[in-house]
Ligand binder design. Structure first.
Ligand code: RB5
Length: 152
């Protein structure tokens, strides 16, 4: 895997640090866009940096952590080509890869335990996109994005 962009706010900081260990264990490179403490901060600041990295192709995928996962998903999905899904269990993580080719996994540090997160991340990293009819659906998402691109 090329590289994973990481982002967190204070609600997801501890989880992001645990995810880094999981990636180190698998020798998967990552770019950590912060935050770097559990001091209160604003999730859009970090989600924006990491989502841009995925959108521009500098990172293949992203794992974003906040308290609920919601804020990270909302910001990430503003970026063209980013398909971010909040996954609170292993089934959701598997389906997000199989059917949605999700390239950003959002985790809630106040929703899942570190043990649950470890299993969710493992499945999400290992599951490949199924393609087929699901590719057609992703193409339709791209068409929607294209309709909103600013014209120069
Ligand atoms: C921070 O308190 C919290 O709102 C944030 O981590 C996240 O859950 C937002 O969606």
């Amino acid at each position: 895997m090329k590289r994973i962009a990481l982002a967190a706010d204070h609600g997801g900081y501890a989880l992001k640090e645990a995810v880094k260990q999981m990636l180190d264990d698998r020798a998967i490179p990552y770019l950590d866009f912060g935050t770097n403490s559990d001091e209160s901060c604003d999730y859009p600041d970090y989600a924006e940096l990491a989502a841009r990295s995925v959108s521009e192709g500098n990172s293949e995928r992203g794992i974003f952590c906040c308290g609920s996962a919601a804020g990270m998903v909302i910001v990430a999905n503003k970026f063209p080509g980013v398909r971010a899904v909040a996954c609170h269990n292993e089934w959701a993580a598997r389906m997000s890869r199989l059917h949605n080719d999700a390239n950003v996994l959002a985790l809630g540090g106040r929703v899942v335990s570190l043990e649950e997160a470890e299993r969710i991340v493992a499945i999400w990293l290992e599951t490949e996109f199924e393609g087929g009819r699901h590719s057609r659906r992703l193409d339709k998402i791209s068409d929607i994005e294209d309709a909103f691109q600013p014209t120069s």
